[in-house]
Design a protein around this ligand. Structure first.
Ligand code: AVJ
Length: 326
């Protein structure tokens, strides 16, 4: 006799760091889950879908600006620059620059830094069509990946580091200043840094961007619970949670939560813990900070960068700011 129940139970390989982060966040007074865990294979694909939503303008605005300004961005020296993108995702943004670099005909290297394997695969595939571009991937966190990429550069090769898509928006004021300091530390005089930031806009527009009527963002957010179920052998009942967002005007960020629809206990076996949730209790999952143009410039300046230029997409207000290490 074959024991079907044994055959059907898929062994769960527990990632100890993920387990610890989840247990730690859920045992806080105000429950939270780390934002970066949204991006498993499904989460990465859901994010790509978000970028296509009419209510989420970041990606389209940035694409327009990159297309319009790519010569100003990459042609500051006679040598084509090496490009390093932190958080490259599917590689769609960097491919706009790659296309131009490729047509310049002189070989260069693009480094993709991302914690998502799926993202790196998509990015490598996309850049594969440019013969003059060599692609190097780094499955690492932003700064670790930046350091690894910088370590491979020739001394005479200019570099431009990209941090696009308002990825910086997931960092609070303190963390973002520290982060830009860390980026600055890794670079040499003359190196450039291009930062994409979403700007403050009317509240209804911000809320629709993070709570779209198709429910794609809700799926993206709730997938975090589904991922914990899959990878940490937990029993979140997804039908008992809803996606909620609010605009925090004091801190200037959109906050995302998953909210428990009733009193319930959830066990995360792989993290050795059970947590009790009351009806209406929120688990914080993400903050997306929004800036003014001046705030972006002074953020870079306070980290030691010189502002070279800033381009603003006026329709939906998004900014690309180009910095240089002096
Ligand atoms: C990838 C952090 C820029 O905050 O706008 C999109 C992620 N979350 N919709 C953002 C996200 C919900 C996104 N970033």
């Amino acid at each position: 006799m074959i024991d079907i129940s044994v055959m059907e139970s898929v062994p769960v390989q527990i990632d100890a760091v993920f387990a610890r982060d989840v247990a730690e966040g859920l045992n806080r007074e105000l429950k939270q889950l780390p934002t970066k865990y949204h991006y498993d294979a499904l989460g990465s694909q859901l994010f790509e879908a978000i970028c296509e939503l009419p209510w989420y303008s970041i990606t389209r605005s940035e694409r327009r600006l990159l297309l319009e300004e790519r010569d100003a961005i990459i042609s500051h020296s006679s040598n084509p620059p090496a490009v390093i993108e932190m958080g490259s995702g599917s590689g769609e943004k960097v491919s706009i620059l790659a296309d131009r670099l490729n047509s310049m005909g002189r070989p260069t290297t693009i480094h993709l830094v991302d914690i998502s394997k799926t993202a790196l695969e998509l990015g490598t595939q996309r850049l594969g069509r440019y013969p003059a571009i060599q692609v190097v991937r780094h499955e690492l966190s932003y700064i670790e990946g930046l350091r690894a990429a910088v370590g491979t550069l020739r001394l005479d090769q200019p570099v431009i580091v990209l941090f696009l898509g308002s990825n910086i928006g997931n960092m609070n004021a303190e963390t973002s200043v520290q982060f830009l300091h860390d980026v600055h530390t890794e670079l040499r005089t003359g190196d450039r840094f291009l930062l994409g930031t979403d700007l403050v806009k009317p509240e209804p527009d911000l809320l629709a961007a993070y709570d779209d009527p198709l429910g794609v963002t809700a799926a993206f957010n709730l997938n975090l619970l589904a991922r914990i179920n899959r990878e940490l052998d937990a029993d979140f009942n997804l039908r008992q949670f809803v996606h909620r967002v609010l605009w925090n005007s004091r801190d200037s960020c959109v906050e995302s939560y998953v909210v428990s629809q009733r009193e319930q206990t959830v066990c995360i076996t792989g993290a050795d813990c059970c947590v009790r949730l009351v009806k209406g209790e929120s688990i914080w999952t993400e903050s997306s900070f929004k800036y003014t143009r001046e705030q972006v410039r002074s953020l870079g300046s306070s980290a030691g960068f010189r502002v070279v230029d800033q381009w603003v997409e006026s329709v939906s207000t998004f900014a690309l700011t180009l910095f240089e290490v002096t």
